[in-house]
Design a protein around this ligand. Sequence first.
Ligand code: CU
Length: 106
Amino acid sequence: MTTSDSQHNGEHMQQGAQNEEHAMLGVKGSCEMCKDRIEKAAKSVDGVTFASWDLEKQELHMNFDPAKTNLEAISKVIAAAGHDTDKDKAEQAVYDALPSCCKYRE
Ligand SMILES: [Cu+2]
């Protein structure tokens, strides 16, 4: 009698994502370790539900709840992890501490 209930649940989850915002931010990096670091930093921000960095395009795509955070706040967290963004520059000391494979500045 209740075999169709699981299908209905899927529709409800999609509706829940409607108040999320999709955003793109230019982020500098040079390898897969950077990808890990950048995505972890973005996801550590409360309200961010999705983050994916593209190495070739140097772009971070993300979904977040605009009631909890915003692009400016996320950008600052990524810069604090050592990666320059369109909005913020990483501090030299933080950049210097990155592994050599991650150096993206000339
Ligand atoms: Cu790297």
